[in-house]
Design a protein around this ligand. Structure first.
Ligand SMILES: NC(=O)c1ccc[n+]([C@@H]2O[C@H](COP(=O)([O-])OP(=O)(O)OC[C@H]3O[C@@H](n4cnc5c(N)ncnc54)[C@H](OP(=O)(O)O)[C@@H]3O)[C@@H](O)[C@H]2O)c1
Length: 257
């Protein structure tokens, strides 16, 4: 089945790369020329076409434009009746999108993450659908959510990845400044934090609470630093920030993505 990708921005280009690397035939829009040309150069199975050809010559269509650009990108196009459409847009109401793509069908909203072409990664979908499970299920962890509200909760919590990375980057910078070896510092902290998060006990994954307990030696480095940050309000600020995002005050902390 040929897969169309309309809007080849930072997230759609990574999904396209992941699919192309696994041999899927893709038709992508030309706009964002550096990305579309690079994909077509790298993969024999990727062709570049006009938005209308992408909309009408594929068996499945991914939408990678932003919610803001959706109306100007989609309203001029004619969509085949029943064409399954998967949207990456978290920032548009489903009913508005359905109106723009009719008589095509909104199959699902899918939230991928930018490292999808590099490693196994989670993908949020609502609703779960066999087509996404068969395209991504072997390589990635497809997490099908039961309703729109739950997708909203997950979208909010996923924003914790940026402060988590910032924490790791801050520690790596601090270590690199002290040792004079920035690369070694970053490598060590990535290995340490990554391996901790992926550690498994014999009965399955180790819970985060169990790992925190293991790192809670009284008076030890980990306990002292965590307590320092708790006292400084760092974790309360994280929860307050997620509450603000979830209750619709997203403008206070930046918009989508
Ligand atoms: N970034 C993430 O990690 C992430 C993850 C999951 C979901 N999302 C969601 O995915 C959506 C896209 O995000 P993004 O970060 O990838 O945005 P982005 O980098 O700005 O990509 C949007 C793309 O759409 C293109 N475009 C705009 N109008 C078009 C048209 N008429 N025809 C064809 N292409 C058109 C833009 O081209 P120009 O640059 O030339 O305008 C750009 O390449 C957003 O709704 C976002 O919330 C993002």
């Amino acid at each position: 089945m040929r897969i169309g990708v309309l809007g080849l921005g930072s997230i759609a280009s990574r999904v396209a790369e992941d699919l192309a690397a696994r041999g899927h035939e893709l038709l992508v829009t030309e706009r964002s020329r550096v990305r579309s040309a690079a994909l077509a150069r790298a993969f024999d199975t990727v062709r570049v076409g006009s938005p209308q050809s992408v909309a009408s010559e594929c068996g499945l269509l991914f939408l990678g434009v932003t919610g803001k650009a959706a109306e100007s990108a989609l309203a001029p196009l004619d969509f085949p009746a029943g064409l399954p459409v998967v949207s990456f847009m978290a920032d548009i109401e489903d009913d508005d999108l359905r109106g723009l793509i009719a008589p095509a069908k909104l199959e699902a909203t899918m939230i991928p993450f930018p490292w999808i072409a590099r490693t196994r990664s989670p993908i949020l979908v609502f609703p779960g659908t066999p087509v996404l499970e068969s395209l991504f299920g072997g390589r990635h962890d497809v997490i099908a959510l039961p309703d729109r509200d739950t997708l909203g909760e997950y979208l909010t919590a996923q924003a914790a990845v940026s402060p988590a990375l910032k924490l790791a980057e801050t520690a790596a910078t601090w270590l690199g400044a002290g040792t004079g070896d920035a690369d070694g510092a970053e490598r060590f902290l990535r290995l340490l934090i990554g391996s901790a998060l992926m550690a498994r006990s014999e009965s399955g994954e180790l819970g985060l609470a169990d790992m925190l307990k293991d790192l809670n030696t009284p008076g030890g480095y980990n306990q002292r630093l965590r307590t320092h940050m708790e006292d400084a309000g760092a974790f309360d600020a994280l929860v307050a920030g997620m509450d603000i995002l979830r209750t619709g005050g997203a403008g206070d902390l930046g918009s989508s993505g």
